[in-house]
Design a binder for this molecule. Structure first.
Ligand code: HC0
Ligand code: SF4
Length: 570
């Protein structure tokens, strides 16, 4: 242990602790900006500087380790003066039109500037202006960038892609797409992890709220909304709604209050996905020599983009089942249009997703199999949902809970856990057990696939059939696993991949609480919802059963292939 003094308080901490962490232990808060624990500890912003007795120069507390007998002052005149000046420098290069910034009220630079009582910027102000394709799902506004490097590091270290890099030198040093490529020509998976880790408003999703509300106000359009599993575990965060109030039924009420016609649940089509993907897996197992292994899940568009750009030869290993988002869209404009007895072209299909890549997925050429324009017309993130609720003056705290609409509003517990890493695998195993044994397993039987570890493996035997499965989350981990599969070091039958750490609960479209990772809290919430749902199996979803009876006939039928599957060629 190391003994030191911080602001006249005695502190004892393990060797290797940073001054920042040691101060936090005794309740002394040092402001930070670029710091992201274990990901970005490069001290580029110099906001966390502190004074050490006997030392001439100030040190960055985020990456300076404590020493025995050290005497630290976090708020000496010298430290505070330098800290404030560093914030002023950053502000002089930052477009501080806060009132129209998407991060206003949730911006770490704004918070630090306010907390340090910075009333003016005594330096000449100038900021960079960049060109950016405004129709791309992920937008970068250089005039807001404070060059903290968090996006560079998260993309490189966690997602293993390295899309962002330092560009230019000297005074013109900036951050941009590496290799000076256009973002549209890069291998960006559009996972949005750079957005959720940006401290300011330099990175954000394309805002699709206007076209959404225009459709709501168009009397010719029937607006059908689907809400993804992981949205219900996070939507309240952006509205300061306590978790016990932010229920899925209040979410249904809030979305309905926007004036949309029908509010449905993506959990319904997650169950439908299990029916299609589960049967596809069993079909591949029966004719094992005709397929290349393993079979990969295909529901995460970040992952699908990743495999197409990084391992194109393995695209054929993807399940042909469309994601629940896309299955839902195809169902809305075919089977559901038939139920409503309306022309499918009147249906405007909207998804609310925890994801930025879903905006890309619904635009992939060919995702229009119902023949009435895109199957999903547009996709909003959880953050956009929170923004539109505020903008339309909807106050969920004052709304009674309401049910989803029917019949596409029924989802099982197996459907809701899709939003957490391991959930798709567990849902599939529950149904595979039923198909192979003719009876249901204990719904908790496949608990071993749960968890937050980046790569998890499970060996199972169902009805005498041995299944080797792997579950991976985060694209950096995915690359490691892919290399093992390629080299033959690892062999599996079925692999679930989610691009975002923790799965969709940690998605790039979720509300942002800077410096706090909430994926695990949200994940637990989804397993709780699974447990309390009387319906635990996708194959028992009555709406899915009826959809097969009335429309799709059976899993992998001709109609299912037409509407619910894709060859991933586009
Ligand atoms: Fe997901 Fe999905 S589980 S990818 O995380 O499969 O985005 O929540 O909606 O489509 O269901 C995201 C979440 C979905 C889809 C589902 C899958
Ligand atoms: Fe989107 Fe989920 Fe994939 Fe992240 S893990 S890119 S949120 S689908």
């Amino acid at each position: 242990m190391v003994n030191l003094t911080i602001n006249n308080k005695k502190v004892q901490v393990p060797e290797g602790t940073t001054i920042l962490a040691a101060a936090a232990q005794v309740g002394i808060k040092i402001p930070t900006l670029c710091y992201l624990k274990e990901i970005n500890e490069i001290a580029s912003c110099r906001i966390c500087v502190v004074e050490i007795e006997g030392k001439e120069t100030l040190v960055a507390s985020c990456n300076t380790v404590v020493e025995e007998g050290m005497v630290v002052y976090t708020n000496s005149y010298k430290a505070q003066h330098a800290r404030r000046m560093n914030v002023q420098f950053i502000l002089s290069e930052h477009d501080a039109h806060c009132t129209s910034c998407v991060k206003s009220g949730n911006c770490s630079l704004q918070t630090v500037a306010n907390e340090l009582n910075i009333g003016e910027v005594p330096f000449e102000e100038h900021y960079e202006v960049n060109e950016w394709p405004q129709d791309f799902p992920l937008i970068r506004n250089a005039s807001k960038c404070i060059k903290c490097m968090r996006c560079v590091q998260i993309c490189e270290k966690v997602q293993g892609l390295g899309i962002w890099d330092m560009i230019n030198t000297g005074k013109r040093t900036s951050v941009g797409v590496s290799g000076r490529k256009k973002i549209t020509e890069s291998d960006c998976a559009v996972c949005g992890q750079c957005i959720t880790h940006c401290p300011v408003g330099a990175l954000y999703e394309r805002d699709d709220i206007d076209p959404f509300m225009n459709a709501v106000h168009d009397p010719e359009k029937i607006v059908v909304v689907q809400i993804a599993p992981a949205v219900r575990a996070a939507w309240g965060e952006g509205l300061d709604l306590p978790r016990e109030m932010a229920t899925e039924k209040r979410l249904a009420a809030a979305v309905r209050a926007l004036g949309v016609d029908y509010v449905f649940d993506t959990n319904f089509s997650a169950d439908l996905t299990i029916m299609e993907e589960g049967n596809e897996f069993l079909e591949r197992m029966t004719h094992a020599d005709q397929y290349s292994w393993p079979m990969f899940t295909s529901c995460c568009p970040g992952w699908v983009r990743f495999v197409k750009s990084q391992y194109p030869d393995m695209t054929k290993n993807l399940s042909t089942a469309k994601s629940p988002q896309q299955m839902f869209g195809a169902v809305a404009k075919s089977y559901y249009a038939q139920i409503l007895d309306v022309d499918p072209s009147r249906i405007f299909s909207v998804s609310i997703m925890p994801c930025v890549a879903k905006k890309h997925e619904c635009e992939i050429p060919g995702m229009d199999d119902a023949g009435a324009g895109p199957d999903v017309d547009l996709s909003l993130t959880t953050r956009e949902l929170d923004r539109v609720l505020k903008a339309e003056l909807v106050s969920p705290a004052f709304l009674e809970e309401e049910e989803f609409d029917q019949p596409l509003g029924i989802g099982s517990g197996a459907g809701v856990i899709f939003g957490a890493t391991g959930g798709v695998m567990e849902a599939a195993l529950r149904t595979a057990y039923y198909v192979l044994n003719g009876k249901n397993p204990d719904p908790e039987m496949f608990k071993m696939v749960r968890g937050m570890d980046g790569i998890r493996e499970a060996e199972l035997e169902i009805a005498g059939i041995k299944i080797k499965a792997a579950i991976v989350n985060g694209l950096g981990n995915t690359r490691k696993l892919m290399e093992k599969i390629r080299s033959g070091e690892a062999e599996y039958h079925f692999v679930e991949v989610m691009a975002c750490p923790g799965g969709c609960v940690g998605g790039g479209g979720q509300p942002i609480t800077d410096g706090v990772e909430l994926a695990d809290v949200r994940r637990r919430n989804l397993y709780h919802l699974d447990k309390k749902n009387p319906l635990r199996f996708s194959h028992e979803n009555p709406s899915v059963i009826k959809a097969y009876e009335d429309f799709f006939e059976k899993p992998l039928s001709h109609k299912s292939h037409e509407l619910l599957h894709t060859d991933h060629e586009a």
